[in-house]
Design a protein around this ligand. Structure first.
Ligand SMILES: Cc1ncc(COP(=O)(O)O)c(C=O)c1O
Length: 397
């Protein structure tokens, strides 16, 4: 019996594996501070849960495979109001999280061997999803000097006759950077000139920590780029609904139709209970978001300041999302007990095993010199976790 070559090329989700190890240690009574989780630590608000409970009691049969019409209409309304984007409900497909939205999008556009430009550092699943759909990830290693944002010169150097699409993720996981309208406009021109699709992952759009910075959707920058963009968004991060598994795509009608066929014959609709809850999240007034933003900003401010005070570590101050991307390369080549530190994975292992702090090594985001801290844990844990990281540096280097 032989498994497919394609299945063997897909790497395990290491971020989840690390989180699982930390959780196991916590269950065993070890006081691990977990900075690895990629989901908000807030409960889904009660009014959203209640809509789910009502749906269980009254409305629990299949919905249209693309999602409840009311929910797709509400998403279209949100896109118009918040993003200046005009879509009808049948251009929206409600998916099982942004992950399925990405899978549908790449399945719809890629032929075997088509290349997808992925600016690094990147969210760990992008390359695997591209490979899953027959494509070839092509990485561009963005620079700290450019705030880890891709430029058109970099895109130019990665372009080949097989290039089919570019992924743009703003606000970004893992860097926390946010693209400006001007930067997106240049990328949009590049995509149009070179006949490329843009997969625009906007999952963290509401998590931005300054009134002076605004989220722009690249699709809103003109008719031509609108036509070739597939927006990826969802409820996991901004509504504290990660476990409900609701994401969506917005695209032109032709792409939407193809993605609809794909979803129809794979998972069909997302469960209607979660869809009803998502509808409530979108249509009721939303005080929770302000609370979440306030709390994340407080944590972001604290972590950024503390990390900048620890010798040998350096980091840009994130503008959005809930991650701090930290350069640990000055620790490389030094010996801690019997281990000579060679990359961020060694740093992460020592931090977990000896200091009981779980961070994500960014090897799997394409950056061996960096670790990622999620500030999805409370302030008390953050203070203790940063203290432990400081001890690790001060005791060993
Ligand atoms: C940038 C980015 N895109 C997509 C996803 C997947 O989100 P979901 O949980 O809605 O599938 C994540 C999750 O961490 C992410 O960080």
């Amino acid at each position: 019996m032989k498994l497919s070559q394609k299945s063997k090329s897909i790497n395990p989700a290491i971020t989840l594996a690390l989180t699982s190890k930390a959780i196991e240690m916590i269950k065993d009574g070890v006081d691990v501070i977990n900075f690895s989780s990629g989901e908000p630590d807030f409960e889904t608000p009660d009014y959203i849960k209640k809509a789910g409970i009502d749906a269980i009691e009254n409305l629990s049969l299949y919905s249209d495979s693309d999602g409840l019409k009311e929910l797709r209409e509400a998403i279209a309304k949100k896109l118009l109001k918040e993003n200046n984007l005009k879509y009808s409900y049948n251009q929206i497909i409600v998916c099982h999280g942004a992950k399925q939205a990405l899978n549908n999008a790449f399945f719809a556009i890629l032929d075997e061997g088509d290349e997808v430009i992925i600016p690094a550092p990147y969210w760990t699943s992008y390359p695997e999803i591209v490979k899953n759909c027959g494509g070839k990830p092509v990485f561009i290693y963005t620079q700290k000097e450019d705030c880890f944002k891709v430029t058109t010169q970099m895109l130019e150097s990665a372009l080949t006759p097989k290039t089919k699409a570019i992924i743009i993720n703003t606000p970004n996981n893992p860097t926390g950077m946010v693209y400006t309208e001007e930067e997106l406009s240049q990328i949009a021109n590049f995509a149009v000139e070179n006949d490329l699709f843009v997969i625009s992952d906007e999952l963290y759009e509401k998590l931005i920590y300054s009134n002076k910075i605004k989220h722009t959707s690249i699709a809103s920058l003109g008719k031509e780029i609108y036509d070739r963009t597939i927006i990826i968004n969802g409820f996991s991060k901004c509504y504290a609904m990660s476990g409900w598994r609701i994401g969506y795509t917005a695209s032109n009608k032709k792409i939407a139709k193809v993605m609809s066929n794909i979803q129809n014959h794979t998972t069909s609709s997302v469960n209607v209970i979660a869809q009803r809850a998502a509808l409530e999240a979108l249509t009721s007034s939303n005080p929770i978001l302000e609370d979440i933003l306030y709390e994340f900003k407080k944590r972001r401010d604290y972590i950024s300041q503390q990390i900048s005070d620890i010798p040998m570590l350096s980091s840009l101050r994130p503008k959005g999302a809930f991650y701090q991307f930290i350069d640990v390369s000055k620790l490389f080549g030094h010996k801690v007990d019997d281990i000579i530190i060679e990359d961020s994975e060694d740093v992460a292992k020592i931090l977990l095993d000896k200091y009981r702090v779980c961070v994500v090594p960014c090897n799997m985001f394409g950056y061996k010199k960096y670790i990622r801290l999620s500030y999805t844990t409370n302030m008390q844990n953050i203070v203790e976790g940063i203290n432990r990281i400081e001890q690790f540096v001060k005791q060993n280097f």
